[in-house]
Design a protein around this ligand. Structure first.
Ligand code: HEC
Length: 156
């Protein structure tokens, strides 16, 4: 019984830690997204434009939007199984090319996204907005909590 309580406390603590993530402002993020909207669409009826649809990007596998023709470098990163957590998107937006070069350890890696969002606040806010749209964002957190549960019951 005591172990169950401990496990439950552990799970809720980790779930809580996952929820606020970067703690951006959704409403402000919606207006920051205007900078992205020339290339990206979100929501119902969204289509791939210059860039892929971003509705479910938070929590999804990198470079996985169907029907969008990504650049080679980001495809290579997606093939490692890497996913877009809020923290990864935060790094990516500051400088997509630099991000791909660092992640792939390849000085020649290229990004089809030339746009950079330098301001930290704007990055946090736009990511909060994207997370509010994504059905994967919640699923990832539940998935993490479930795997924590397995670990804590087997080790106890
Ligand atoms: C000038 C056009 C342009 C603008 C503006 C732009 N993007 Fe992009 N974005 C792209 C392109 C093109 C790609 C595909 C990158 C590749 O294939 O290397 C991309 C890819 C992405 C990805 C990876 C998607 C995936 O499916 O893996 C994210 C996340 C992203 N953009 C977020 C943003 C956000 C948020 C903004 C606004 C702050 C933004 N982009 C502004 C063109 C743009």
């Amino acid at each position: 019984m005591k172990q169950q309580i401990l496990a439950a406390a552990f799970i809720s603590a980790t779930a809580f830690a996952a929820t606020p993530a970067l703690a951006g402002d959704v409403a402000k993020g919606e207006s920051v997204f205007k900078k992205c909207a020339s290339c990206h669409m979100v929501g119902e009826g969204a289509k791939n434009k210059v860039g892929p649809i971003l509705t479910n990007v938070v929590g999804s596998q990198i470079a996985s939007v169907e029907g969008y023709k990504y650049g080679k470098s980001i495809v290579a990163l997606g093939e490692t199984g890497a996913t877009w957590t809020e923290e990864e998107i935060f790094e990516y937006l500051a400088d997509p090319k630099k991000y791909l070069r660092a992640k792939l350890d390849d000085k020649k890696a290229k990004s089809k996204m030339s746009f950079k969002l330098k301001k930290e606040e704007e990055r946090k806010d736009v990511i909060a907005y994207l997370a509010s749209l994504s059905s994967n964002a919640a699923a990832t957190e539940e998935g993490e909590a479930a795997s924590e549960e397995e670990t804590s019951t087997t080790t106890n």
